[in-house]
Ligand binder design. Structure first.
Ligand code: AMP
Length: 419
């Protein structure tokens, strides 16, 4: 007996089939155009990386590295991981190819699947897709602001409203060290009430406690003073400049002092884009990560970037009907018409039209039904009559009008009609 279970996709990993795939293409085409308008170019990097890239890059004490990575040994017993995000890979590639030697600033964008072994729920999968950007080599609040504006505009142009751009500053290393001392002191009396992970984090990675999802820890953390109170004059000035630039660009934002983001590498500005529908969903997040390149062995290079979730973006997009995907569908009846139909299809594809043709020998009625289903704009009908006169019948699907046209004139006529 066959075991059907083994034929299913892996839990948490989705197939994307037509017509749904057309909305994916809409987002991807929009992303390419949008980011290229701001001077970003695409990078395509491997899906598999050495595990230690993420351990060193994202931080061993993060949820991703602690429990969510798809890690395995290859045939030579090297530990590899399916990328859970792409900033670490971008930094690895930036260092590996000595990109800083060839250009002072680099603006990259990427899109592709990411993998995290997470608890599944709506909008949270184990294979999901991100589209992201990274800019290397510039420390300037105007770049951070431009990036936040670029993200905001991306969504607005896709027709997504109800957006909140949450922003915060997590300050410099020095600011965070001061803050760390403060919260260690404040948390000490509550040590026993914290979850075991956070008890450990008190001495290893204190700031991560602010990001813990355990209810009791959240309650305790709520009473801590925000990091914003411990920002240096410099960090404050940088953050103020970002806010002023956003206002100048008419980009709405909300200050969110508790925003720290889940990854270890952020410094200074962090941001998240949320949409409120039935419930709030975080569509994208990012920030500045000025130490990351150096931390992974490269020359000190400042950087800022963000990643957005494609699935969540799709969920937030106004649903639209699949638009016409075919210019022409060719239907045929009679013994010889099929060969002619296939030849006409080839001629029309040569002038870049999208052409469908029925390869089965079915009734005229069912072929017309098929044309309708495929949203064809025009249908070409060829039967014995048309063959005899070297003509075809051209039907406009929207109006239902039909007229006869010589095959020799078909190409130009369709070009004119579809121009
Ligand atoms: P992060 O890399 O965790 O900052 O996530 C950036 C964006 O990726 C989020 O705002 C989500 O839109 C998306 N995302 C992250 N994890 C998942 C997941 N497991 N399933 C679907 N989307 C995700």
């Amino acid at each position: 007996m066959s075991n059907n279970k083994s034929l299913l996709a892996v839990r948490g990993m989705n197939d994307i089939l037509p017509p749904d795939s057309s909305q994916w293409i809409t987002i991807e085409v929009h992303a390419r155009k949008h980011f290229e308008q701001y001077g970003y170019n695409e990078v395509r990097l491997p899906i598999l990386e050495s595990t230690n890239l993420f351990e060193r890059g994202i931080g061993e004490d993060t949820d991703i590295v602690e429990k969510e990575m798809y890690t395995f040994l290859d045939k030579k017993e090297r530990s590899l991981t399916l990328r859970p995000e792409m900033t670490a890979s971008c930094v690895r590639a930036y260092i590996q190819h000595h990109v800083y030697k060839h250009e002072t600033t680099s603006r990259w964008y990427y899109m592709g699947p990411m993998f995290r072994y997470e608890r599944m729920q709506s909008g949270r999968y184990r294979q999901f897709h991100q589209i992201g950007v990274e800019a290397f080599g510039v420390t300037s609040p105007s770049l951070d602001a431009e990036m936040i504006e670029m993200l905001y505009r991306f969504y607005v142009n896709l027709g997504i409203s109800n957006l909140t751009m949450n922003i915060n500053s997590v300050g410099s290393d020095k600011d965070r060290n001061v803050y760390r001392t403060v919260i260690v002191e404040r948390l000490e009396p509550y040590k026993e009430e914290l979850c075991t992970n956070c008890q450990r984090r008190l001495t290893t990675n204190t700031l991560r406690i602010l990001d813990c999802k355990i209810k009791k820890c959240i309650e305790i953390v709520t009473h801590l003073p925000p990091l914003s109170q411990y920002l240096s004059t410099e960090s404050k000035a940088y953050f103020d400049f970002v806010q002023e630039s956003l206002s100048l660009m008419n980009t709405p934002y909300a200050l969110n002092p508790s925003l720290v983001r889940g990854l270890d590498y952020y410094t200074s500005i962090v941001f998240e884009c949320a949409v409120t529908q039935e419930k709030t969903s975080i569509l994208a997040g990012g920030g500045r990560y000025d130490n990351f390149v150096e931390q992974l062995g490269g020359v000190s290079t400042s950087a800022v970037g963000f990643a957005m979730g494609t699935e969540r973006t799709l969920m937030a997009m106004p649903s639209h009907k699949n638009n016409a995907s075919l210019d022409v569908f060719i239907v045929h009846y009679g013994d010889h018409a099929k060969t002619q139909a296939i030849q006409i299809a080839q001629t029309l594809r040569n002038i870049n039209l999208c052409v469908g043709v029925e390869h089965r020998s079915t009734s005229l009625k069912s072929q017309l039904k098929q044309a309708n289903k495929l949203n064809a704009i025009y249908v070409i009908i060829i039967g014995d009559d048309e063959l005899q006169h070297n003509s075809v019948t051209l039907k406009t699907m929207k109006t239902g009008t039909e007229h006869s046209i010589l095959q020799s004139e078909l190409k130009n006529k369709l070009k004119e009609l579809l121009a």
